[in-house]
Design a protein. Structure first.
Ligand SMILES: Nc1ncnc2c1ncn2[C@@H]1O[C@H](COP(=O)(O)OP(=O)(O)OP(=O)(O)O)[C@@H](O)[C@H]1O
Length: 257
């Protein structure tokens, strides 16, 4: 297993946000995390990328306990595309993407020709090369998202964690981004709200509800009408997509029932 969370419990004051959550991700797997608003997806991911520390449980990345490793070592192996990205100073896109190279460098080491090529290629892959001299703060929400993805690509980590990466993206950029991530030879865990996107791209899906994993399996195993009703409170039919052969969810609004 490449990335494992074992029996994580996380609480804020008296409120339990994660309850004994375990996640197992194999090499090169593309794993989705779905669940209603407030079910604990971001909190779980933050515990897995060490932004939060659980009261109970452990997280292993390539068999090493992440809470016992230096942050720089983890950053060589794990790239994160978080839900919101506070950037406090004025940076150009190029400079921000170049920060993805930091874990691979010594303090104050200048960028090598290889670093510069990786940064350029990452911007190209994420579709932001044309924005390279722009100030990050002047970008639209979707452009910012793609720049953060470019920074994660420049990190060249073997594992990537993404929290709702398609948020703010138009449909073309959503599909391009998911295609790009799927094409990389890496292990991925991604929180998604769009269940048809999850159905199309994920090998396995974990379903969170009220801080607990309530289902796990392939998209066909997990995305059933009864689960969608039980977890998300919606009526739906699930068919096979005529082209992708993946499950496709047709939601049914109350007025048509
Ligand atoms: N620091 C905190 N203090 C109090 N409650 C918190 C804190 N952090 C998270 N929560 C609560 O924990 C629950 C899970 O939040 P989380 O952001 O993990 O959910 P999510 O599944 O990612 O939601 P969304 O789909 O809306 O992004 C929510 O009810 C949230 O209000």
């Amino acid at each position: 297993m490449v990335f494992v969370a074992k029996n994580l419990s996380f609480a804020v004051q008296q409120s339990e946000i994660l309850k004994n959550v375990s996640v197992h991700i194999q090499e090169r797997e593309f794993v989705g995390l779905i669940g209603p608003n407030g079910s604990g997806k971001s909190t779980l991911l933050k515990n897995m990328y060490r932004m939060l520390q659980p009261q109970d449980g452990e997280v292993f990345l390539f068999n090493e306990n992440i809470y016992k490793q230096p942050a720089k070592e983890i950053a060589k192996q794990l790239a994160v595309v978080g839900q919101e990205t506070p950037v406090l100073f004025e940076f150009t896109v190029k400079d921000l993407v170049a920060m993805g190279r930091t874990p691979h460098k010594r303090l104050m080491e200048v960028d090598t020709r290889e670093d510069i090529a990786i940064v350029e290629q990452s911007m190209q892959q994420a579709g932001v090369l044309h924005l390279s001299e722009r100030s990050f703060s002047s970008l639209s929400g979707g452009e910012k998202k793609r720049v953060i993805v470019a920074r994660a690509l420049a990190q060249q980590a073997k594992v990537m964690v993404l929290d709702e990466p398609t948020n703010h993206l138009d449909i073309q950029h959503q599909l391009q981004l998911m295609d790009l991530i799927q094409s990389l030879p890496i292990t991925v865990i991604v929180a998604l709200h769009d269940l048809n996107i999850a159905a199309t791209y994920c090998d396995k899906i974990y379903v969170l509800k009220d801080g607990e994993i309530v289902a796990y399996g392939t998209p066909f195993e997990v995305l059933t009408p009864s689960l969608l009703q039980r977890v998300f409170g919606v009526h739906a039919e699930v068919s096979v997509h005529p082209v992708t052969k993946k499950p496709h969810i047709f939601y049914i609004s109350e007025q048509f029932l």
